[in-house]
Design a binder for this molecule. Structure first.
Ligand SMILES: Nc1nc2c(ncn2[C@@H]2O[C@H](COP(=O)(O)OP(=O)(O)OP(=O)(O)O)[C@@H](O)[C@H]2O)c(=O)[nH]1
Ligand SMILES: [Mg+2]
Length: 397
């Protein structure tokens, strides 16, 4: 192309121009080639995973446990971001007057007890048959044999002395039922800091009675009272148990301290209390695994949970959660739990699902411990502080 003859004919300037043009053409060409090659290699890379690793189907990731036993307690402590779910916090209803709202539900479920008794007592002629029917109504409603006999005796005397009639019968029955439920018992929950430490509450009971639900609903009530609450997931039998509790915590703004599945419940309870102390919380609520009262090993474990917590803080409340629908079996449970741990209060759940509200009387008698809370539905605000007079009023409504 550029023969020596031709070169000699060109000026120096023309030569420089030609060299520059050739250089530019070379640079542009090479760059274009590199870009095109990179694009080619990027394109399949972006679409590749769809072919090589298809979207997992539902259930395919189930083999990978969320809570592997290799996790330590320290690992399980939640980062700040996870425990400050400010965006979706719910504003719980105050517990004040809650039993009044739930009274209709209580009246509906316990109608046969209250109204049945009232109808029998209001009969023109209160003969032996009527008194027998009254006794049967009370026993059927799980009031228990001794309290039933006591009540019938009192009613008999008063009806004889004070006369018969629908209005008197109602007043007398109300008074005697209130006395039987015992309004003098202290039903307040110890949920305030003392001696510079948070109050600690332990939730115990057999499987499925409503412990976790009660912890969650109680946390809502306490947070509505502007209390700082920490939850302890000492149910380590299943990862789902801690998840269930944490979900409650996230809804109301309470940190959940959890540990590995199959871990030591006592050390998680201990850790939750330690966390509560560090955060200067008002209350630490510790959820425990459901345990059959017949399994001595599990019952001993409960004693250990309490003892380990007591290395750093006092346990202010041990709340025994009893499913009201289990009737006499609930009484047996209460007896055994009270043998291994000092129960300070009873929570009767599922009262909405049974007509046997007499269990309130029977179980208090059995343990000499007050019913402090009652569950009247599955909703987040369906837990109410128990009150003897309101309860009896609902029965007679
Ligand atoms: N109807 C009704 N259902 C309730 C009440 N309290 C709890 N439940 C339901 O009872 C079921 C069991 O509740 P949980 O709180 O999981 O019981 P748990 O005692 O923690 O169970 P485990 O941890 O397995 O021992 C849930 O479906 C709750 O919604 C109540 O007062 N009324
Ligand atoms: Mg539970």
């Amino acid at each position: 192309m550029l023969t020596p003859q031709l070169v000699s004919l060109l000026t120096d300037q023309a030569l420089i121009t030609i060299v520059v043009v050739i250089a530019v053409v070379l640079v542009v060409g090479t760059t274009g080639l590199v870009v095109a090659r990179r694009r080619r290699s990027e394109l399949p890379a972006a679409t590749k995973p769809a072919v090589e690793a298809p979207e997992p189907k539902v259930g395919e990731d189930a083999e990978e446990p969320r809570d592997t036993p290799t996790r330590t307690l320290e690992d399980a402590e939640l980062p700040e971001a996870e425990t400050a779910p400010a965006a979706t916090l719910e504003k719980p209803e105050s517990a004040q007057g809650r039993l009044v709202r739930l009274r209709a539900r209580l009246a509906r479920s316990q109608g046969s007890l209250g109204k049945g008794l009232l109808a029998l007592l209001s009969r023109d002629k209160l003969d032996e048959e009527a008194w027998e029917d009254i006794e049967t109504t009370l026993i059927t409603a799980d009031v228990g044999v001794a309290p039933t006999q006591e009540l019938v005796e009192k009613l008999r005397t008063r009806m004889r002395v004070e006369g018969v009639g629908a209005a008197q019968a109602r007043d007398i029955l109300r008074e005697e039922l209130v006395a039987l439920v015992d309004p003098s018992m202290d039903r307040s929950l110890k949920a305030s800091r003392k001696d510079g430490q948070p109050a600690v509450m332990l939730m115990v009971g057999v499987n499925g009675t409503g412990k976790t639900t009660t912890v969650g609903r109680l946390a809502r009530v306490l947070i509505a009272e502007d209390k700082h609450v920490v939850l302890g997931a000492a149910d380590t039998f299943r990862a789902a148990a801690a998840d269930q509790l944490q979900t409650w915590g996230e809804r109301v703004g309470a940190r959940t301290v959890r540990g590995p599945e199959g871990g030591d419940p006592a050390s998680i309870a201990f850790d939750a209390v330690k966390e509560g102390i560090a955060e200067e919380a008002d209350v630490v609520l510790v959820d425990t695994a459901g345990r059959l009262h017949t399994k001595t090993g599990l019952m001993d474990e409960l004693g250990k949970v309490k003892r380990v917590i007591e290395k750093t803080a006092q346990v202010d409340e041990v709340l025994l959660v009893i499913d009201a629908t289990t009737g006499q079996n609930g009484l047996t449970q209460a007896r055994v739990f009270a043998e291994v741990i000092d129960v300070t209060g009873l929570v009767l759940t599922k009262l909405d699902g049974t007509a046997k509200g007499g269990i309130v009387i029977a179980v208090q008698r059995e343990l000499g411990v007050p019913v402090k809370l009652v569950g009247l539905g599955e909703g987040p605000d369906d837990l109410a502080p128990f009150d003897a007079e309101q309860f009896v009023d609902a029965l007679l409504e």
